[in-house]
Design a protein around this ligand. Structure first.
Ligand code: MTE
Ligand code: QUE
Ligand code: MOS
Length: 802
């Protein structure tokens, strides 16, 4: 009967493919329901001069046009720093920024009204790139500095040094269900919101603040999301507030569902970064010092940028011990939608940078890059201290590297790849093996908590409610498995109910990969309370009067849907009771069959004054090795083979975890290869739909794809000794990007190829051309302007260059 560890199908799998699983905009329209859309800023930076909102509001089929002046409570919000407005006041700061909400009887009426829109905006100078923000001194928050040892000394006494700049682009979350919300007005000014949000509690609080209500007057529910990937952690609040505002003003239900294009244009993405690095190392290849000057492009508002930059700093080491370091991170304020959470949460950028550094060290020393990575990899007894003072314990990083090198035949294939590159005039191959270490826990301590409500009904069936939200990752399936096993009942007898702030209060977002860790433990804690109630009752009930034994709750066993006293089992084999019978009897004896559980992650702590502490409960780790084939004439990239190996502890559901590993990896491959956000010089997103923004599809899977996990008996903590798996596999994609860098290094052996991220065909071709061009210096430093890849246009490749 045990289900933990079994490959139970995702509990919405059939619903997802048949369409029976409902998303916000699938809910049937209720009587009088209004459609809500918004009017967005057409300019990146400007001053609103005039807007014919009164005229629009009077048009046929329009129920209202609302601006910031109509917001009864606060128009100011932000998860960390309150610097964003729901509706623009005088100034607009990005293309797509909501200026007004328009509510109508139909989409047609709204479309008609939008044609009559007269919006006069005086243009102000926008700032788009990190360099422009630096020149204009536009920042968000204050710089953060991590220090250890003495970098300056390591640098001045180094056997070798290397300096350069790493540039990476952003990434669109590309969830299939766009941002959406429905608001129903209730009695006494109360409001009920159905939101596609990773954070129903935040929706509850922010809607209350915007409408001037108490938190107790707002309920937010979320059945499921059609994907979120971080994009619905904070940014679901704008549509929720829009629908709630209309519902409050008109006393009618109101629904908003963004179109894909509007969603892509007006919401934030993964942060583009620019990192200047200086590194010191020995002739053997050991890193002795690393200096990083990190800049992220935050967009026009703080959103989660400070927490994301912090996670970049926490992951700038990836899997490597760095004795002397100085990292400084700064967030640049620009005129784009505020950038936000995306799977990895700043980790991928920091890790891509150090993998780039590792590859370059190998090139300088003319050694195999895996040798350099292995040499610097965190060890067990020593060389295991992170830049922030946490010791990496109970990990298998060196073992994972060694095992994967072996099973993937890395060394033999490396020889073959390099041989191929010496011979082929049409193609290049590249091979790289990169490790991954991802810290599990929110680095903001108070977020590491969860609560759960477990109700056992008289027929022995169970409903579970937590603050966790289902976005496709399988959280509900895993919690259902955990609860079924805790009561030793059948999986079918447990149901996970809709997430609602009415049942679970003050919950954190389902994020940081900690959904199962926090909500699974909270649910188990609730189950354990009920079990305790039932056990006490059973201990007196199960003993026959003539047994001569004293009631002993410690001897009560829950097994295969039955409960028995393990002392009397042998003597009275029939003396057991089914869970259903026990529950019924306990009810008659007025025993509580519903409990709330709470869980807070133990031990973790971090001091932002000293920038030292133990922010993570544990690490999820792994490694990947990828081989790529590049067409030298078009720059086209093909992923020929990838092998993944991860330590995810004891899996709760191997099928779901494998899905997360493959999905996360492929999503990362999109970031490092094809996903290229292009903007006009006015800051308008040009790649705002699937026709111009290329996410990976089934043909982009590696031709040979091996996915495996490694056993880690040293991992003894966390719910059922599992490990979080949601975000970590995304960063396994770095082997693909580094494999491209490896391929480029075979074009000319004396040069260190530069490579921005994503390595699109265009970027690859530009780098091959650059390397082929002998006018460049030996270090590969070209005269090509290192403008940020995600912005404006890349220099056009000239055919007559050669
Ligand atoms: N998997 C699917 N199918 N859809 C998603 O939106 N989001 C990812 C990951 N896996 C996501 C997903 C992100 S960003 C996080 S933080 C985790 O799931 C959140 O869920 P968990 O904590 O329950 O793993
Ligand atoms: C990882 C995360 C998050 C994080 C820190 C991480 C995250 C998140 C926040 C956060 C921080 C401060 C707040 C807040 C949220 O921090 O998702 O509301 O005030 O939302 O290491 O994924
Ligand atoms: Mo995930 S980026 O923490 O929602």
């Amino acid at each position: 009967m045990k289900v933990v560890g079994k490959q139970v199908p995702h509990d919405s799998a059939i619903g997802h493919v048949t369409g029976k699983a409902l998303f916000v905009d699938d809910l049937a329209f209720t009587q009088n329901e209004l459609i809500v859309e918004f009017i967005a800023s057409p300019v990146a930076h400007g001053k609103i001069k005039s807007f014919n909102s009164v005229e629009l509001a009077q048009l046929d089929g329009i129920a209202g046009v609302f601006t910031f002046a109509d917001i009864p409570g606060h128009n100011l919000y932000g998860p960390v720093i309150q610097d964003e407005r729901f509706l623009a006041e005088e100034i607009v700061e990005y293309v797509g920024q909501p200026i007004a909400v328009i509510a109508g009887e139909s989409r047609k009426a709204i479309r008609h009204a939008k044609k009559k829109l007269r919006l006069e905006i005086e243009k102000l100078t926008p700032v788009f790139t990190i360099d422009e923000a630096l020149a204009a001194k536009q920042f968000i928050g204050v710089p953060r500095v991590f220090k250890q040892g003495d970098f300056e000394k390591a640098w001045s006494t180094a056997e070798h040094t290397l300096a350069g700049t790493f540039v990476c682009g952003g990434q669109e979350q590309f969830y299939l269900e766009s941002q959406a919300a429905i608001a129903w007005p209730g009695e006494h000014g109360e409001i009920h919101v159905h939101s596609s949000s990773q954070n129903p509690t935040e929706i509850q609080e922010v809607v209350a603040e915007a409408l001037g209500l108490g938190f107790h007057e707002v309920v937010c529910v979320c059945k499921r999301m059609g994907g979120a990937f971080g994009g619905k952690e904070t940014q679901a609040v704008i549509p929720a507030v829009m629908a709630a505002l209309v519902a409050t003003k008109t006393k009618r239900p109101a629904r908003i569902a963004y179109t894909k294009d509007d969603d892509m244009r007006s919401t934030g993405k993964r942060h583009p970064y620019k990192i200047h690095y200086k590194t010191a190392f020995t002739t053997e290849g050991k890193l002795t010092g690393l200096n990083l000057e990190i800049y992220s492009n935050g967009g026009a508002g703080a959103d989660l940028s400070t927490a994301i930059l912090e996670r970049t700093l926490f992951h700038a080491d990836n899997a490597y011990f760095i004795p002397n370091l100085f990292f400084k991170g700064t967030i640049c304020k620009t005129n784009f939608p505020p950038n936000t959470a995306f799977r990895g949460f700043g980790g991928p950028q920091g890790m891509a940078n150090i993998e780039n550094v590792m590859q370059e060290i190998a090139l300088v020393l003319k050694k195999d890059a895996l040798e350099i990575r292995r040499l610097n990899c965190y060890d067990h007894a020593d060389r295991n201290l992170t830049p922030y003072g946490q010791v990496v314990r109970n990990h298998l990083l060196p073992e994972i590297l060694d095992q994967l090198a072996e099973t993937s035949e890395y060394r033999r294939r490396l020889q073959e790849v390099e041989q191929f590159n010496r011979q082929s005039t049409t193609h290049l191959r590249g091979l790289a093996l990169t490790p991954m270490k991802f810290g599990i826990s929110f680095t903001t301590k108070f977020l590491n908590q969860g609560n759960a409500l477990v109700n056992v009904y008289k027929d022995g069936t169970v409903q579970v409610s937590t603050g966790g939200t289902e976005m496709g990752q399988g959280l509900n399936t895993k919690i259902r498995q955990l609860v079924a096993d805790e009561f030793a009942i059948s999986y079918d007898d447990v149901r996970i109910m809709i997430t609602s702030t009415e049942k679970n209060n003050n919950t954190p977002p389902t994020a940081a990969s900690a959904g199962t860790d926090l909500n699974g433990m909270a649910a188990l804690n609730a189950c354990r309370k009920i079990r305790k109630n039932l056990t006490e009752f059973a201990s007196s009930y199960l003993l026959p009067p003539d047994s001569g034994l004293d009631p002993s709750p410690e001897n009560i066993i829950f097994e295969n849907g039955t409960i028995y006293d393990d002392r009397s089992k042998s003597r009275f084999p029939e003396n057991k009771i089914t869970f259903r019978e026990l529950v019924k009897l306990a009810f008659m004896e007025r025993i509580s069959l519903g409990e709330r559980g709470f869980y807070g992650t133990p031990e973790i702590d971090f001091n932002r004054e000293t920038e030292k502490g133990e922010p993570f409960f544990y690490y999820t780790t792994g490694a990947s090795v990828s081989e790529v084939l590049i067409d030298r004439f078009t720059g086209q990239l093909k992923l020929e083979r990838t092998d993944l190996l991860m330590d995810i502890g004891e899996t709760i559901n191997p099928g779901i975890d494998k899905g997360q590993i493959i999905g996360g990896f492929i999503q990362g491959v999109g970031w490092v290869t094809n996903e290229d956000l292009r903007y006009s010089d006015k800051g308008e997103l040009l790649s705002y739909s699937p026709t111009t923004y290329k996410i990976p599809n089934i043909q982009d899977l590696p031709e040979i794809f091996n996915v495996d996990t490694i056993e880690n008996p040293q991992h003894k903590i966390n719910v059922r000794r599992s490990k979080a798996v949601g975000e970590p596999p995304l960063m396994l994609c770095l082997s693909v990007w580094i494999a491209v860098k490896h391929a480029l290094s075979c074009v000319r052996n004396d040069a260190i190829p530069r490579l921005n991220l994503p390595a699109t065909a265009e970027e690859i071709l530009r780098r091959i051309t650059e390397l082929d061009d002998d006018s460049k210096d030996a270090a590969g430093n070209s005269s090509v302007d290192e403008s940020e890849v995600s912005l404006v246009s890349l220099p056009i490749l000239s055919a007559e260059k050669k």
